[in-house]
Design a protein around this ligand. Structure first.
Ligand code: MN
Length: 232
């Protein structure tokens, strides 16, 4: 290699490093307006019903990806839209420009659904709903066992990826619904009280294809006080 070639090689290598650095910088997601909320408890807090590794990956990677991709989409949104709360975005997706709507629906839904999911999980030692929530569930579904059966059935029947929900309408009437993908009940004018994530990423490490076993275990990790507070 003569001197001229050596200089050329050095320059090319420098340019390559610069290009790589720039492309990394371009790929770094914006840090707002939304941020990944802390889980609020240890990854192993729900063992043995939901394993620590699943919780770590589910929160740190899956939920984080929804937050990052939501922020990326909102960079292109008009300022008044980018300033909306996550609830406001999901309640009126028609306010989001059409070219961003699918990204906001999927990733905004993913962010809100998972935030609610972490908040309503707690090992309950066989606990059941109490107070007004218990009364409303009994009256609406003819008892807690009938409610459990209907909720489990909705979760079982989700084809592919999605969620089953206990929701309340504006008059606080309860019902059980399912949504595909990361669609939020908020987009149907319903308030989600409790949701079960039946995407395979929520249970595959421990339960593989046995979704029914994961759904059965779920009853042990519901924070009923939190669910009741969402109703009132
Ligand atoms: Mn999930």
């Amino acid at each position: 290699m003569n001197r001229r070639d050596a200089i050329k090689t050095t320059l090319l290598a420098g340019a390559a490093i610069l290009t790589t650095k720039q492309s990394f910088a371009a790929e770094a997601p914006p840090t707002g307006p939304f941020t990944l909320p802390p889980l609020g408890y240890a990854f192993d807090a729900l063992e043995p019903f939901i394993d620590a590794k699943t919780m770590e990956i589910h929160h740190g990677r899956h939920h984080k990806a929804y937050v990052d991709n939501l922020n990326k989409a909102l960079v292109k949104a008009p300022a008044p839209v980018a300033a909306l709360s996550i609830e406001a975005l999901l309640k009126d997706l028609s306010a989001v420009p059409e070219e961003l709507r699918t990204a906001v629906r999927n990733n905004g839904g993913g962010h809100h659904n998972h935030t609610l999911f972490w908040q309503t999980l707690r090992k309950n030692e066989g606990g059941k709903p109490s107070g007004d929530l218990a009364k409303t569930i009994d009256a609406t579904f003819s008892g807690y066992e009938a409610f459990q059966k209907q909720f489990a059935e909705a979760a079982t029947k989700v084809f592919g990826s999605g969620w089953a929900w206990l929701v309340a309408d504006a008059s606080k009437k309860l019902s059980i619904i399912s949504t595909p993908n990361q669609d939020s009940p908020l987009s149907q004018n319903l308030t989600p009280l409790l949701g079960i994530d039946v995407w395979e990423h929520a249970y595959y490490l421990k339960y593989q294809n046995k979704r029914a076993d994961y759904i059965a275990a779920f009853w042990n990790v519901i924070d009923w006080e939190k669910v009741e507070s969402r109703l009132s």
